[in-house]
Design a protein around this ligand. Structure first.
Ligand code: ARG
Length: 466
């Protein structure tokens, strides 16, 4: 008896148990790495030829076999067999079938430890850049809608209580800036991801004259690993990617929650486009914000992906441990979910109709000008704490039914008719004049700065398109 057709059969008398294969396989989820796995193998073959470990002729036949495997994978005709425990095993098995003895040399000086780490880093470079592009798309929509919302204002909230009026553009751009930081975080994480682990072998490098710089360059990595134990034994870049993806999910959940609120009859600030809303199977009148709700709900799942992975990594000794195989499912899930969420939320925001009358009526509630009244007094020499108390007392009186705030202000000895003019529709928002503030002049300047920042981010996420 031998170890069957596993990659490690020499050392084993018997083959693997069916339960072992069922429990330890990763092919069911790592097969999506096939293109990266083949690219890694192509680079490795070039390195083996360059180091004269295999002949040019052998190299050519392995490369031809790899090309055929790529064709089969791409066409969906690749036949997986039961012993293919992961994508690396499947590709090597097929290459050996196709190229014979030369194929059996493919794994020289390489381990699945450095191979799988290389595949995932290469996959992440592409996928995180695509996510960054989708975030930038959402930022563009927010910018367009901010520009188009010129002059529309709504209450700004703290504690979800009306606080001061703000321009709708200001509110939309607040989400836009947060998403811009997420793009920067993705780009920053990508710098640490862009390091090739190939050549670290199982954990300690090789006695063969392989050059990790050669494969790093062939694979388009910015650098190679500095320490082989670290190369196969670290996953902090995956934790970091998961964190940034989760944070994007949290930011989308906050946008989602606002859309849920704004589309209620109670708020009535927004109406969803039919294409981005759902109906009820029982209640004919319903129009539900399911995208917004799932953006909120799926944030929980992303937090699970991140925290589950962090728990997996805790306390693991150097270098590779099979636990690391558990990096892929949460990572793939987070990328898939964020990609879907960004597409759906972007479409929803692009098509939602605002209801300026409702927004402005809510913002024009008399009490949202209370701070302006206090600041009016400050400009005439009243200490702020005293001004706050004077206006607070008037608010208390209007709430007690003694009259409108405007009337009470008009007859107040320290305030009077000039101050009462502040308690009129649309006045308060124009008084938010400080840099970065919520009024028209400040927001016009902010729009320019946002546009410039977005141009910079757009260029960074689509370098080829300029
Ligand atoms: N499928 C495995 C993974 O993703 C490949 C590495 C297995 N290595 C090992 N030494 N058993 O981590």
């Amino acid at each position: 008896m031998s170890g069957g057709n596993t990659l490690w059969h020499g050392r084993f008398e018997g083959g693997p148990a069916a339960e072992l294969m069922a429990y330890t396989e990763s092919l069911s989820f790592d097969r999506r790495l096939w293109a990266d796995d083949i690219a890694g193998s192509v680079a490795h073959v070039l390195g083996l030829v360059k180091a004269s470990i295999i002949s040019e002729h052998e190299g050519a036949s392995v490369l031809a076999a790899l090309e055929q495997v790529a064709d089969e994978m791409g066409a969906g005709t690749f036949v997986f067999v039961e012993a293919d425990e992961d994508i690396h095993t499947a590709v090597e098995r097929r290459v050996t079938e196709l190229a014979g003895p030369a194929g059996a040399k493919l794994h020289t000086g390489r381990s699945r430890n450095d191979q799988s780490a290389t595949d995932v880093r290469r996959w992440l470079k592409r996928e995180l850049m695509a996510v960054a592009g989708r975030v930038v798309d959402l930022q563009h929509v927010l910018l367009d809608r901010a520009v188009a919302a010129e002059g529309v204002y709504l209450p700004g909230y703290t504690h979800l209580q009306r606080a001061q009026p703000v321009l709708l553009a200001h509110h939309l751009l607040a989400h836009g800036w947060a998403l811009g930081r997420d793009v920067e975080r993705l780009l920053d994480a990508l710098e640490r991801i862009d390091v090739s682990p190939l050549g670290a072998g199982a954990l300690a490098g090789s006695s063969l004259p392989l050059d990790p710089d050669v494969t790093a360059e062939a694979l388009g990595f910015a650098a190679r690993f500095e320490n082989s134990l670290d190369a196969v034994g670290s996953r902090d870049h995956i934790a970091e990617a998961l964190f940034v993806l989760t944070l994007i999910g949290l930011n989308l959940s906050r946008i989602g929650e606002e859309i849920v609120l704004w589309t209620t009859d109670e708020f009535g600030f927004a109406k969803l486009d039919d294409a981005y809303a759902t109906g009820s199977s029982m209640l004919p009148q319903k129009k539900n914000p399911d995208i917004a709700e799932l953006a909120r709900g799926k944030a929980g799942r992303l937090i699970g992906d991140l925290t589950g992975f962090l728990a997996t990594m805790k306390g693991l000794p150097l270098s590779y441990n099979r636990d690391y195989q558990e990096d892929k499912e949460p990572l793939f899930d987070a990328v898939d979910q964020i990609s879907l969420a960004l597409g759906a939320v972007t479409g929803m925001i692009a098509t939602t109709k605002w209801v300026p009358d409702r927004m402005q009526a809510a913002a024009d509630a008399e009490t949202t000008s209370a701070t302006d009244l206090a600041e009016w007094l400050v400009q005439r020499g009243t200490p702020f704490r005293d001004a706050h108390a004077i206006v607070g007392l008037l608010v208390r009186r209007t709430l007690a039914g003694e009259g409108s705030l405007r009337d009470l202000v008009a007859v107040h000895e320290a305030l009077g008719p000039d101050a009462a003019a502040l308690v009129a529709p649309g006045v308060a928002v124009k008084r938010r004049t400080t840099k970065g503030g919520a009024g028209p002049a400040a927001v016009a300047a902010q729009l320019e700065r946002f546009r410039a920042k977005l141009a910079e981010l757009s260029a960074a996420v689509a370098p080829d398109l300029g």
